[in-house]
Design a protein. Sequence first.
Length: 312
Amino acid sequence: MSLRELRTFVAVAEGGSFAAAAKTVGRTQSAITVQMKVLEDEFRVALFDRSNRPPTLTSVGRALLPHAIEAVAAYDRLFQVINDTTVEGHLRLGVVPSVMTGVMPKALKALRERYPALHVELAMGLSKDLVGRVQKGAMDAAVVSDFKLSNAGLRWSPFSQEPLVLITPLDAPAKKAEDLLTAYPFIRYSRHAWVGQLIDDFLKRRKIQVREAMVLDTLEAIRTMVHHGLGVSVVPQRSTDDASDLPVRTVRFSGPTTQRIVGVVQMEEHAKAALVDVLLDVLKREAAPGSGRIDRVATRRPKRAGNGGDPT
């Protein structure tokens, strides 16, 4: 028996089928079948009830699962210990302001504590401008929102999603979000930012007419104006907002939720891809509480990670 069989066993159990596991571990379905037969022969028990389609875990298989998960996790932790001491270098990173004042401070603190030899140089700007700088080689990666992967050679790795919500003054009446939008002056997120375009498209799809009072380009400025009763606004609900923020009421919209997707853009086969993956792993963990975290992100485990504008 090898760890590979145990890892595949966990993938089958979590994915619900041999076919799903094949996609997870990057092997053919027939190879998965052979691996599970090897594991069963090694233990001399049936781990799957093959009378069902797809096969389900037997009672023995269910009993083995938590121990297999722990064994795989323990093995991965061995590599993490090694990686934590070998991650070093300089990473030039672009960040949109709503992330710079959101999850980024927590992520940077975690990076500094865990990887003291990794230096991150930050610059702030619009998503569009930051992506352009990544393409030109002026930045190693950028944290942006709502990126459409239309440019060849770019890799997009989303790590969280944030629903669009309405924020109102604390004394606003208890009405539906759509009614409040038409009753109050509207404070718009600038359309120059991709999230501003996302909000504009959302309002158009809902056929909501607003009385625009002002256009601002940071979440903090918008929240301040709303807090002081100057209007309402549609913004992404960040997972990192805390008690120190000016208080406002948050009202969810009826019907399907529109999400802002936040992720990391880098060039494919970039020399510092391993460092970017370290950053991405930390961002996923720091954005996770209540953020609608996206787990299935194309990342690669770092081996030896060496040196290798406008707001939104």
